[in-house]
Ligand binder design. Structure first.
Ligand SMILES: NC(=O)C1=CN([C@@H]2O[C@H](COP(=O)(O)OP(=O)(O)OC[C@H]3O[C@@H](n4cnc5c(N)ncnc54)[C@H](OP(=O)(O)O)[C@@H]3O)[C@@H](O)[C@H]2O)[C@@H](O)CC1
Ligand SMILES: [K+]
Length: 465
């Protein structure tokens, strides 16, 4: 699990270092890391450093001075002003200064561009000369290494603004929101996190990693039976949306449920023909999955209320989200997409898409449930305000039916005894990781069938220990 740190939290942590040691050379450490990574990702050829007026530019220009010991380095001061000591160091090391026109022309001869224009102090909107260089970088094949974040993005959000598109980003201490929230995260390329001696605080925002999924995924042991592994009661699908029932059962079974009981309104023959182990009808269970593919079928309110009376953990998906009962929904996992969350909160989908973090937090605080907001970035908010971002995956899973499978996966994890937040994080993460390992337009059921191989691989990997 990695802590995600805002620009204000990072600046405060930096100040704490200087309060302890006014001579601390954080910029020197940052520059050394940038130079090392630059040599790793592009070992030969000339480097163009584009420097801004603040400390991000300082990092880049001190890195330029280090790189100039072994390869040609050019630099452009994009805002004319720049960190004076860093400019002096770059000049003394033999770096050649170019102007805006020279910077664009230099792209043809460079093997790497280091983007050190803005970092934590970045505000949206690039001056024209800089935008021209950004466009030229996009058109050229030369890779960009961004310092802290692709200049132009806002460190504290996933919103897109005109910016560099980096192949690599080197950041300090910990990731910032723009590195882990889409669509901005797609501009960051591979993110290298380097320790420069700043102690990162614990925050209410974290991002899960493959190792967390490997460590926490429930595995049966010699004393396991179907009940201890977890029985999932699945009330999904309808006459109109029969497939949703098949998909949610598939998610639960392929995620390792001990047993699935189906109580929904799709044709049971259809489900049994795909999954003969499913038992049709009520019975002992450890978790419930509700709502996927209900459409406007009757009795939603009563079915959700009945589930509440069972006092079992439940996944509440799709159409069941219309019928949330009053009171605190402890132990429940709500799985809305942006449109469904907007309806829950009484705001617009555009508002949720612009402010996903605050919206998902508000829904969890308001309902007392854990809320998994599905989408390109998947957020799991607890009523306490803590949010965990699931492991990211490719956009191929953005298709009808993925959510039905995910509800089933999360149901299996709840039935195995995981707390709702962990079930949401692991469910969303395993689906994304499986899609990443099987790139291409797989259907949701084909991808569900590949979950066991991913779970087996994780369980036997050193990450699981
Ligand atoms: N914190 C840490 O632990 C460490 C931090 N370190 C480094 O410091 C960086 C933060 O430095 P920073 O505070 O000087 O801000 P930075 O990002 O250089 O930008 C400010 C300048 O850019 C300008 N500007 C911004 N946007 C603009 C735009 N759209 N168009 C035009 N101008 C724009 C802005 O202008 P202004 O807003 O003042 O008008 C100001 O001049 C951080 O990212 C990391 O790299 C490391 O050295 C060591 C450890
Ligand atoms: K930058």
């Amino acid at each position: 699990m990695r802590t995600v740190v805002s620009s204000a939290e990072m600046r405060a942590a930096e100040q704490a270092v200087f309060a302890r040691d006014p001579e601390a050379d954080l910029m020197g450490k940052a520059a050394a890391a940038i130079a090392r990574i630059a040599d790793d990702v592009a070992p030969d050829g000339a480097v163009l450093v584009v420097a801004g007026a603040g400390n991000n530019g300082g990092d880049g220009l001190f890195a330029a001075a280090l790189l100039a010991e072994r390869r040609p380095v050019l630099f452009w001061r994009a805002f004319r002003d720049a960190h004076a000591a860093a400019v002096a160091a770059a000049r003394a090391a033999g770096c050649r200064e170019v102007d805006a026109v020279g910077a664009v022309a230099a792209l043809a001869d460079c093997s790497l561009v280091i983007d050190a224009v803005t970092g934590l102090g970045s505000r949206p909107g690039l001056p024209l000369a800089l935008q021209t260089l950004v466009d030229a970088c996009d058109a050229a094949t030369v890779p960009v290494l961004s310092v802290d974040l692709p200049s132009g993005l806002d460190a504290d959000s996933g919103a897109l603004h005109p910016s560099f598109s980096a192949e690599h980003t080197v950041t300090f201490g910990s990731v910032k929101p723009c590195h882990v929230q889409q669509p901005a995260a797609s501009r960051c390329g591979r993110v290298h996190i380097v320790d420069i001696g700043v102690t990162v605080p614990d925050t209410q925002l974290r991002v899960a990693e493959a190792a967390d999924v490997a460590r926490w995924w429930p595995r049966p042991d010699a004393s396991s039976d179907k009940y201890s592994r977890g029985v999932v009661l699945v009330d999904t699908g309808s006459e109109q949306y029969q497939g949703a029932a098949v998909l949610s059962c598939s998610g639960a079974l392929h995620a390792g449920a001990g047993m699935v009981r189906y109580t929904g309104r799709a044709a049971s023959g259809l489900i049994l023909s795909r999954f003969p182990s499913v038992v049709v009808g009520e019975g002992r269970a450890q978790a419930i999955v509700l709502g996927s593919g209900w459409g406007d079928s009757d009795g939603g309110e009563g079915r959700v209320a009945l589930a509440r009376m069972h006092s079992l953990p439940a996944v509440v998906d799709a159409d069941a989200l219309h019928w949330l009962p009053g009171g605190r929904l402890d132990g429940w996992l709500l799985t809305p997409h942006a449109g469904e969350l907007a309806r829950l909160l009484g705001c617009t989908r555009a508002h949720v898409e612009a402010h996903p973090l605050s919206c998902v937090r508000e829904a969890a605080r308001h309902t007392g449930a854990t809320v998994l907001l599905k989408g390109a970035t998947q957020y799991v908010a607890e009523p306490s305000g803590r949010v965990t971002i699931a492991v990211a995956g490719p956009p191929w899973t953005a298709q009808a039916g993925s959510g039905d499978v995910l509800a089933g996966i999360c149901g299996a994890l709840l039935a195995a005894g995981l707390p709702a937040w962990r079930a949401g994080v692991l469910g969303a993460s395993i689906q994304a990781m499986t899609a990443a390992a099987n790139p291409g337009p797989y259907t949701p059921d084909e991808l569900a069938a590949r979950l066991p191989a991913m779970i087996a691989q994780l369980s036997s990997s050193p990450l699981a220990r």
